[in-house]
Write a protein that binds this ligand. Structure first.
Ligand code: AOF
Ligand code: ZN
Length: 369
């Protein structure tokens, strides 16, 4: 069997950690001796043993002389758990086949060096692209110190996100809404503008398991958050940031509003604003510094426009419902004034088309500018 064959199995194991290991990467490992798989494991839960350790513990046969396949370079640092390199060396494994290097500066190539100095053969970059893709949020955050940002909206076949009176339930069907629930489980944070909170009073959770719900982030420069909203009522149990204007935080009204929100359980984050608009680049930078690796932006059209204008998004999910609303006044997904010339359009690369019942989902990557 090829290296790719076993790495694929390791990748399938890795994604079983989805939603449970973040902000750690998802990692899978397979141990093979004489063409036979003798052990398998993956990183199951944040703070618990790494993939390699679980694979070693699962071995029934002799590990000496075996090959370890692992989707990410083994760590060599003391984190919440001891270094995987030490356990590998102790086990008598002869060869380690790695999907991709760990971008964490505490590891980044050092894990490989340690294994090599102990006489272990190391094979690198097997299914590297796929191994990076499963942890694209972790890689992006390590490199950019900013969260990986994806935007999601649902629009009608004529490109509207609500009627002219603001009704938006429902543009997309049940299947699409179930899909969005799965997305919420994948992203560490979910962001909306305060307009959406006031208009729709959403909960913004992963409903099947609140423990896997993303952190909620509300852009609310003037602290208009209603204290009776569903979000406010649940802020003590589900971590929720309110991002607001630094200028407001220095006024007396700002201070009293801030106190009232803190009593409700909100975490307050102030960032500079210009003409009442938050500096979103600084907001995302601050969220990155708080360890938030990925954010799903769920609108509305004002927030979406600001995110796109500043080039802050990497990925886009567009759901298209089989309906037409019509009208000049009905909102479209991206508000503001838009660009004047076709040459200023934001370019996208289409990566996926999916039919979901009567809806269509289009997934795009934002082309780098
Ligand atoms: C591995 N195997 O399965 C994972 C690794 O705090 P800790 O001890 O859990 O360490 C977290 C760091 O370890 C994380 O930032 C990443 O660099 C690496 N993750 N390494 O060898 C694994 N999950
Ligand atoms: Zn490790």
């Amino acid at each position: 069997m090829t290296h790719e064959h076993y790495m694929k199995i390791a990748l399938e194991l890795a994604i079983q950690g989805l939603g449970r290991v973040r902000p750690n990467p998802m990692v899978g490992a397979v141990i093979v001796n004489e063409n036979k798989i003798i052990g398998k494991g993956y990183h199951e839960k944040f703070g618990e043993p790494h993939a390699e350790i679980n694979a070693l513990r699962s071995c029934v046969d002799e590990v000496k002389g075996a090959t370890l396949y692992v989707t990410l370079e083994p760590c060599c640092h003391y984190g919440k758990t001891p270094p995987c390199t030490e356990a590998i060396i102790r086990s008598g494994i002869k060869r380690v086949v790695i999907g991709t290097r760990d971008p964490n500066p505490l590891v980044s190539g050092k894990g490989i060096e340690i294994l090599k100095t102990q006489g272990i053969e190391v094979v690198e970059a097997i299914l590297q692209e796929e191994c990076m893709m499963v942890n694209r949020f972790f890689f992006h955050h390590m490199k950019m110190k900013m969260p990986y940002v994806a935007m999601k909206y649902a629009m009608t076949a004529d490109g509207k996100i609500a009627t002219k009176t603001g009704e938006s339930k429902w543009i997309s069907g049940e299947g699409s809404r179930r899909y969005v629930q799965q997305l919420r489980r994948q992203y560490q944070g979910i962001m909306v503008g305060i307009g959406t909170v006031i208009k729709d009073n959403p909960l913004l959770t992963y409903k099947a398991d609140l423990n896997q719900s993303p952190i909620r982030i509300i852009c609310d420069s003037q602290l208009r958050m209603p204290l009776t909203s569903q979000i406010a009522e649940t802020a003590k149990h589900i971590k929720t940031y309110v991002v607001f204007s630094k200028e407001l935080s220095e006024t007396r009204t700002g201070l009293s509003k801030r106190k009232a929100l803190e009593r409700k359980g909100f975490c307050l984050l102030d960032v500079p604003a210009k003409a009442g608009h938050l500096d979103l680049s600084l907001a995302f930078r601050a969220l990155g510094a708080l360890g938030i690796q990925s954010v799903l932006v769920e609108g509305g059209s004002t927030l979406n426009e600001a995110v796109i204008r500043k080039g802050l998004a990497q990925y886009l999910y567009t759901f298209i419902g089989s309906k037409i609303l019509g009208g000049h006044e009905a909102l479209t997904p991206i508000g503001g004034n838009g660009v004047e010339s076709m040459s200023d359009a934001r370019a996208l690369d289409l990566v996926k088309i999916k039919k979901i019942e009567e809806d269509v989902l289009l997934e795009y990557r934002f082309r780098k500018e």
